[in-house]
Design a binder for this molecule. Sequence first.
Ligand code: C2E
Ligand code: CA
Ligand code: CA
Ligand code: CA
Length: 278
Amino acid sequence: AKTKRGNQYRLYRDNMEEANDKWLLLETKLHQALKKDSLALHYQPKIDLKTDTIVGMEALLRWYDPELGHVPPDRFIPFAEECGLINDIGVWVLRKACAQARFWNQEYSLSLRVAVNISPIHISTHGFVDMVRKIITETAIDPHLLEIEITEMSMLDYTEELINTIKQLRALGITISLDDFGTGYSSLNYLKKFPVDVLKIDRAFVRDIVPEKSGIAMISAMISLAHALNLQVVAEGVEEEAELKVLREHGCEYVQGYYFSKPLSVEDFTNLIKQSSF
Ligand code: C2E
Ligand code: CA
Ligand code: CA
Ligand code: CA
């Protein structure tokens, strides 16, 4: 019995060490990727349903590692939040996206608004507004053409300080949107206090838009709620014509999704701009 337990212990310890090694490897690799500029941003167009034109794009992070392959952001962002790399990543993404948007707008005489995903951890960091202000100056982007998407958080995170930060960002002209709306924990009461401009309806709800299902009722209620609070609505993950039709009928302002376009590399997005009539 003694030997058996000993073996079990060793097995357990080996697994722990292995997990630890993997963790360290990932952290080292992500750190290097950031330093060597081997992360990339792809851009997914946002369509205005009133004009059926592209009015902006969401920057989405891509990481390709020769050994690990393509690591999806759903996997490495939570990891980066845990190991403390998320703030550096956020700064990198902001700078890159602002510079790219400024370039496209200058080069093609456009006013596209670029949306950047920022972790609630990062935005709650002291000095966040100053950092954003610095990047705006550095990249010469018009702050009215910058949008920050924040994921819906737990109620505990809605501190006075965070609300203050958001007010300061809006005062600069930046648009604030609440991402993944409907999937988090925030109550309607907090939504009332939270000073955002846009609600992004999560794909999970868009996917449920099928005639004869309660999906339409949900979407309709969410859009009404947003409008009652004077917020605009973006629906994400639109893949089907039928979904688009329902969203249009209920007065949704903007959509994103594979129906129009997947997130595109800089090169492909540039080609899209060249083909589009704005
Ligand atoms: P999100 O912010 O909710 O982004 C939407 C996700 O849905 C993206 O996945 C996008 O590629 C995908 N998507 C868009 N249209 C469709 C569609 O029609 N059908 C389907 N099935 N999917 C669609 P992605 O790029 O893998 O990003 C996943 C999540 O990772 C994002 O969810 C966001 O929370 C996070 N993320 C991505 N980039 C960044 C970043 O730069 N910073 C931070 N903090 N988080 C990021
Ligand atoms: Ca987003
Ligand atoms: Ca989402
Ligand atoms: Ca998300």
